[in-house]
Design a protein around this ligand. Structure first.
Ligand code: FEC
Length: 307
């Protein structure tokens, strides 16, 4: 008989309907309700991207594709999928409880975010471990997978495909903006968090492996906490790069995310594009990994390192 192993796939979560937005936003802010104006602003952003985010469906598809690929890769164990979300049901704690109810005692955790920060991947894992304390479940954690050759290959292919849309004589006038979600700077510095170095390393790998000549690193989607966040912000960066180098083509790769959702469809495809339009330069944003076999394969290869 093959051994049953839990596969706990954790992701951010998104409202399933408009009436979920307030509770979701309150959860993101650790229980502090948004003001009417803040809530309306978020509702307007969802409306702008078509009403709701595609994130819920994509998370499920990614998790199912990963579980299938793992079951194909391993012959001695059978992975059973559980999805746990950070800010909406099914919460991480619900998934851990479901594993326990099904008799699972060993599980592998995967967060749908490629870089490690104690405030992102670390906080998901901590919640899973805390929830499992009352049960007899042990975990093996995947902490990051941005270095996996297949992950780099995915983005390299997308960058090279995008470059084919730009005349080769203008590749010198093209810049790749490699970005991830910003986080509060003080927290990152005090904890000597590897997150900024991991983004930097991703940018270096993409420059080495793809045909891009110029690469810049930026941060996006920062929150409004009144304290400094990691920068430069991608919109400011776009202006600075234009002022200094007069680039004509800007390729945005938000490599800190793994699919299209609010932060990509609004913060890149609207906010960054507005700046590009204003500067009279061309905006490109290759398709996100979603369920691409290279992306799923990168996570499978990382799971093999931990289990
Ligand atoms: O498509 C969707 O519906 C959800 C998209 C979404 C993703 C996402 C990923 C990350 N976040 C991270 C950190 C923070 C911090 C705050 C914060 C705030 C928001 C708000 C929305 C939101 N985030 Fe998010 N994030 C997504 C959506 N995030 C909506 C609230 C309004 C706003 O600021 O836009 C600030 C909290 C505070 O105010 O105290 C911090 C990080 C990631 C990437 C890693 C991961 O996926 O977990 C880090 C997707």
């Amino acid at each position: 008989m093959t051994k049953k192993i839990g596969l706990l796939v954790m992701a951010y979560g998104t409202p399933y309907q408009e009436s979920d937005i307030e509770a979701y936003y309150t959860d993101i802010r650790h229980g502090k309700k948004p003001t009417e104006a803040e809530l309306q602003d978020l509702k307007d952003r969802y409306k702008f991207i078509g009403g709701l985010s595609p994130l819920a469906g994509t998370t499920n598809n990614q998790a199912e594709a990963l579980c299938k690929a793992l079951n194909e890769a391993y012959s001695d164990v059978e992975f059973e999928l559980y999805i746990g979300l950070k800010h909406i049901h099914p919460f991480i704690e619900d998934a851990v409880k479901a594993m326990h109810n099904d008799g699972i005692t060993e599980a592998v955790t995967v967060v749908l975010a490629p870089h490690y920060s104690s405030f992102s991947v670390g906080s998901y894992n901590k919640r899973a471990v805390e929830a499992a304390e009352q049960y007899n479940i042990t975990f093996k954690h995947v902490e990051h997978y941005y270095e996996q050759p297949k992950f780099i290959q995915y983005w390299t292919q997308k960058i090279n495909e995008t470059l084919t849309q730009i005349p080769s004589t203008e590749h010198e006038d093209t810049v790749l903006v490699v970005s991830a979600h910003s986080l509060p700077k003080g927290l990152i510095e005090r904890n000597n968090d590897p997150y900024p170095q991991e983004l930097h390393h991703t940018a270096e790998l993409l420059q080495q492996h793809s045909n891009i000549i110029h690469v810049a690193e930026g941060w996006q989607s920062e929150g409004n906490t009144g304290t400094p966040w990691l920068g430069p912000d991608v919109q400011d960066l776009t202006r600075e790069l234009y002022d200094e180098y007069k680039y004509k083509h800007f390729i945005y790769t938000p490599v800190g995310f793994v699919c299209e959702h609010l932060e990509v469809l609004f913060d890149n495809d609207y906010e960054c594009k507005v700046v590009c339009d204003e500067l009279g330069v061309n905006y490109y944003r290759p398709t996100m990994p979603n369920t691409d076999p290279l992306f799923i394969g990168a996570i499978v290869d990382e799971v093999k390192n931990v289990y």
